[in-house]
Design a binder for this molecule. Structure first.
Ligand code: NAD
Length: 275
């Protein structure tokens, strides 16, 4: 059993929890994820790790309540327990001194960008971070992202805070401003349309772009094949080969189709849960 040590509510549907999981924290590296199960009969859900503290033995997760399980998770409080918390899973981010790196976080995707941006900065990179949310009340971790970034840009879709627009608008501007040759790498994490749009921007400039894919997943160890994606024409498993891939090689249309496979069942489960 894994104790919830702290819970913060960022918005009615976005919550942060700090979980006591010393064995996961000890081996955790940026870019990895956990699979949790709330109770014995529960569904297994993958969540990308938002932060870890090896000394305190804690893992931080930030999640959006989109279905039955994330809604149930959101009802738990500090002091409650989660039945299973398996990890760290997946291949860690590749960290080295690339030069200048742009880290883009969209919505809930800001959380998993944080430990990667921090590691890239510690490795000596000039880290330009771009974070965006639909509106001011949905934006979180601006302060934490500022701490681990050399420069930070903030956008809101509705213009309720700082700059109006999508993260991709700023991404294009920064590349134009600094010059294509001065940007070594782009990392983008967030909703699939946002990651795809970031790749569309950077493809024109020929800048390598890493995305972290949130595919449907069951076991998380490469056995069930549920999370398969096509990357560069080859079948890859997000859980063991990823979650990070070269975004220019990802078949995003297939990923979107596969992600919607169980939408009707997910909706029914949610309705049964809320009725
Ligand atoms: P959202 O829809 O509110 O979008 C967040 C930001 O992304 C927007 O403010 C905008 O700047 C940008 N964006 C969105 N659509 C765009 C588009 N078509 N073109 C350009 N920019 C666009 O995001 P949300 O609701 O907070 O995100 C939730 C999604 O993020 C979920 O689908 C979740 O699964 C995914 N997610 C993925 C990971 C991961 O590891 N890949 C982690 C956390 C969340």
């Amino acid at each position: 059993m894994f104790k919830i040590l702290d819970k913060q509510v960022f918005s009615p549907v976005v919550k942060q929890m700090v979980i006591e999981a010393p064995r996961v924290a000890r081996r955790c590296q940026p870019g990895q994820f956990v699979i949790l199960r709330i109770h014995e009969e529960g569904e297994r859900i993958p969540l990308t790790i938002a932060d870890f503290d090896r000394e305190k033995g804690t893992i931080t997760i930030v999640f959006q309540e989109v279905g039955k399980t994330t809604r149930q998770l959101g009802t738990l409080e500090a002091g409650d327990y989660i039945r299973d918390f398996v990890g760290p899973l997946g291949t860690p981010s590749h960290i080295e001194n690339f030069g200048t790196v742009i880290c883009v976080g969209g919505g809930v995707g800001i959380a998993p960008v944080f430990p990667i941006a921090r590691a890239l900065k510690e490795a000596g990179n000039h880290v330009i971070s771009i974070i965006g949310a639909r509106s001011k009340d949905l934006l979180f971790w601006e302060d934490r992202m500022r701490e681990v970034s050399s420069e930070l840009f903030v956008t809101t879709d509705d213009g309720s805070y700082v700059r109006k627009g999508f993260v991709t608008d700023v991404l294009k501007e920064v590349i134009e401003d600094r010059g294509r040759d001065n940007i070594s790498l782009v990392l983008a994490i967030g909703p699939q349309p946002m990651m795809r749009a970031c790749c569309d921007v950077t493809r024109d400039y020929g800048i390598k772009t890493i995305v972290s894919l949130n595919a449907l997943m069951v076991d998380g160890t490469g056995m069930c094949g549920c999370c398969r994606v096509t990357v560069g024409g080859q079948t890859r498993f997000v859980c063991v080969d990823g979650p990070e891939f070269d975004g220019h090689q990802v078949d995003f249309a297939e990923l979107a189709r596969r992600s919607a496979t169980f939408r009707a069942e997910e909706q029914r489960a949610l309705e049964r849960h809320t009725c």
